[in-house]
Design a protein around this ligand. Structure first.
Ligand code: 4AD
Ligand code: MG
Length: 429
């Protein structure tokens, strides 16, 4: 019977067939070990001279790294690692060979590994990271679907900039110009008026001409948008979503987080209400350690690290200066110098995971901001309609999937959090 490695627990004592690839092999005299991977997990297959088929024992050296094989044997509990299972192997058959596999267990440079990303994904830590990513995506969808949200997809070809014109990817759309979506938000604002509580979830694009540990050119973002929600409701939603994702992932992906050597006790603290601080308080915190920081400026990565170092959970910073934020954010009616915006900073220095705001619902103020940001009002005619026909209080935010995966996995660089990263200077493979 053919089974997958993740199902071995249900077949203890039975003879089964596994199909997979050679992860590793080693011999010591009468006993030979094949570490097999099949995508669902890893399994130690043990060949004992006298107990297994003689040909298999003699030809064991043919099991080169990443050869595709079929192994038959009996499932038994691994006496050294409770809860894991091994195969008392009988025989193997090579289904297809692998000669000089380029990624050996020795250390390789980042460039080499990225050039071989199509193969690197087979390595244990990469496998674990992508499995965690997949769980987080599912958790996000379940969170919103379980709360009466409607998933409304937003287009990738768009006529306008939403997050500043400096990071726009321009492309040809037949005889016209189009831009790859930097965000699905403006469309989510339209669907919020049609469906109430909505979210978009898909790839977004930013032509960031910089190489950092936190920026990708193509990244995934989940963007809820809620009719009749204010800034506080928005912060509460982000708080609950983050707790749900983290707690569910540590429960459902314990093995992967163990492979990644993640200190899960840090993630266990991501519960309850996270601290919420005004931009002005954040500035005071930063200036104690970085006196050069200018009140009114946006935070750099080191400034964010100063703030997050004070807390064990993510922290919300709200009411950023209007001047440094996007045109669609609503000004604070009490002090238009600040806007009803919020960022969520991750603990352990992972930086901004979430950015959001209450939206400007007053058409005169919105028009003035479109102008002040040097945007073409014609491109926003449809968006202005949302303020002309039953304008409504609404709020939303965007969470970057890859930064979230990096934080939960404890992965220092964002490039490992998506199967095929697009970075400045790299779009191969
Ligand atoms: O703060 P941002 O730019 O906000 C928006 O795009 C809003 N329209 C969202 C909304 O209100 N619906 O981006 C949101 C999040 C960031 O906090 C970050 O996690 C991620 O998207 N992000 C990136 N992730 C990877 N690479 C990049 N270049 C990113 N730029 C933003
Ligand atoms: Mg932001």
């Amino acid at each position: 019977m053919q089974v997958s490695i993740s199902d071995l627990k249900d077949h203890v004592g039975q003879k089964v067939e596994l199909k997979g690839w050679v992860y590793n092999s080693r011999s010591s005299g009468k006993i030979k070990f094949l570490l097999l991977r099949d995508g669902s997990g890893l399994c130690q297959c043990i060949f004992f001279r006298g107990e297994c088929d003689q040909n298999s024992f003699e030809n064991f050296k043919d099991l080169s790294q990443e050869a595709c094989v079929r192994v038959v044997g009996e499932v038994r509990a691994d006496p050294r690692n409770p809860g894991t299972f091994e195969l008392g192997a009988e025989s193997f058959e090579i289904l297809s060979g692998s000669v000089d596999y380029p990624i050996s267990p020795k250390e390789h440079g980042a460039d080499f590994l990225l050039n071989h990303r199509h193969l690197w994904l087979r390595s244990k830590k990469q496998w674990a990271t992508v499995r965690v990513r997949s769980e987080i995506k599912k958790a996000i969808i379940d969170f919103f679907d379980g709360r009466g949200f409607t998933n409304t997809d937003s287009p990738i070809f768009t006529p306008n900039a939403a997050e500043g014109t400096t990071t726009l990817f321009e492309t040809q759309y037949f005889d016209e110009k189009a831009y790859l979506a930097q965000t699905g938000q403006l469309y989510a604002e339209a669907t919020a008026a049609a469906f109430g509580k909505v979210y978009t979830f898909g790839p977004t694009f930013r032509a960031e001409k910089s190489k950092t540990r936190r920026h990708l050119i193509e990244f995934w973002m989940v963007e809820p948008e809620v009719a009749f929600a204010d800034l506080n409701d928005n912060i509460q939603l982000a708080n609950e979503m983050t707790e749900y994702i983290v707690q569910r992932t540590i429960k459902n992906r314990a093995e992967e987080l163990r492979i990644l050597e993640r200190d899960v006790s840090k993630l266990e603290k991501v519960k309850g209400e996270f601290p919420r601080i005004h931009y002005k308080e954040a500035v005071e915190m930063i200036q104690k350690e970085n006196p050069d920081f200018v009140d009114g400026n946006d935070f750099g990565a080191p400034d964010e690290a100063i703030i997050s170092s004070k807390f064990d959970t993510p922290v919300f910073v709200h009411h950023f200066p209007t001047a440094i934020k996007a045109f669609y954010m609503k000004e604070d009616p009490e002090d238009s110098k600040y806007c009803l915006s919020v960022d969520m900073l991750a603990p352990e220095g992972y930086g901004e995971l979430i950015g959001g705001s209450q939206r400007e619902d007053n058409i005169e103020i919105l028009d003035a901001k479109i102008k002040a940001h040097d945007l073409n009002p014609d491109d926003f005619a449809w968006y202005r309609d949302l303020r002309r026909y039953g304008s409504f209080q609404h709020s939303g935010f965007g969470m970057g999937l890859e930064r979230t995966v990096a934080w939960i996995c404890g992965t220092p660089h964002i490039r490992e959090t998506i199967p095929f990263p697009r970075m400045y200077g790299r779009h191969y493979p």
